[in-house]
Write a protein that binds this ligand. Structure first.
Ligand SMILES: C[S@@+](CC[C@H](N)C(=O)[O-])C[C@H]1O[C@@H](n2cnc3c(N)ncnc32)[C@H](O)[C@@H]1O
Length: 237
């Protein structure tokens, strides 16, 4: 499953890929502006073919679980609209699981350079701005993996992000959030995350799936959080 999805459209050997990658990097060093001459789709196709190897990272148990279990399981529920926060060279193909299920797949990243790993419907901006771009209650699933502790930090930032996600999610919408126990403390323990979302089994997945270096928490949107049209009952610290 991992191989068939992650290497779609890419049949070149490792050596060929390494040679082309080196050539493209050298060209970039000599003429850094050259890529702006390429149509974005050509640049994106080159980046995906030659700079998204990271096979070691993809083989990590938590990534294998995400690609072999979590994404197919969530896609099987055929969510109409999915938002994926934070894009990287090892996440661009996640879109396929949902596209094949007929879902609309939207990506968001604050870093403009990450657009190359995003979907056709990609927003450059912060997750706490989601509710400025999207209709309330218009999203079935929000996946925020590898973002808390990787740009999105504690306190007000997380608070605003959670409020925004809650606003755009459908009443029974699903929110999956990860954190790294090596570098962060459990966000659920010191934020009133539970005021907005109910932690627990979601679509057959346990509320918490813990791996070395990554914990994934599954939540369902609460409708009784008391912030419709007003401030949420959320304690950021
Ligand atoms: C570790 S990377 C990739 C995360 C990816 N979702 C994953 O599955 O590992 C984190 C990405 O999140 C983006 N990011 C960090 N804070 C953000 C925020 N508040 N809003 C949107 N994107 C953010 C960064 O620009 C970066 O590209």
């Amino acid at each position: 499953m991992l191989e068939s999805k992650s290497n779609v459209g890419f049949k070149a050997s490792k050596t060929f890929r390494a040679t082309v990658s080196r050539g493209l990097l050298t060209a970039h060093r000599w003429w850094p502006g050259a890529r702006r001459l390429l149509p974005f789709r050509v640049y994106r196709a080159l980046a995906r073919a030659f700079f998204s190897a990271e096979e070691e990272f993809r083989a990590h148990p938590h990534r294998r679980w995400i690609t072999d279990q979590m994404l197919p399981g969530l896609a099987a529920e055929r969510p109409a609209r999915v938002v994926f926060v934070g894009c990287a060279s090892y996440t661009w193909f996640y879109e396929r699981y949902f596209r094949e299920a007929g879902s609309e797949y939207i990506t968001v990243d604050a870093d403009p350079a990450a657009r190359v790993w995003g979907s056709d419907r990609h927003y450059v901006g912060y997750v706490h701005q989601l509710d400025q771009w999207m209709e309330p209650a218009s999203v079935d699933l929000v996946l925020m993996i590898g973002v808390y502790g990787f740009g999105l930090s504690d306190g007000g930032q997380l608070h605003d992000a959670l409020v925004s996600i809650h606003r755009v999610l459908q009443p029974d919408g699903v929110f999956v959030m990860s954190w790294n126990p090596d570098t962060s403390s459990d966000p659920g323990a010191h934020h009133d995350l539970h005021g907005l979302f109910e932690h627990g089994t979601v679509k057959g997945f346990p509320g918490r799936q813990a791996f070395e270096g990554l914990v994934l928490d599954f939540y369902r949107r609460r409708s009784d959080s008391g912030h419709v049209g007003g401030r949420p009952r959320l304690n950021p610290d």
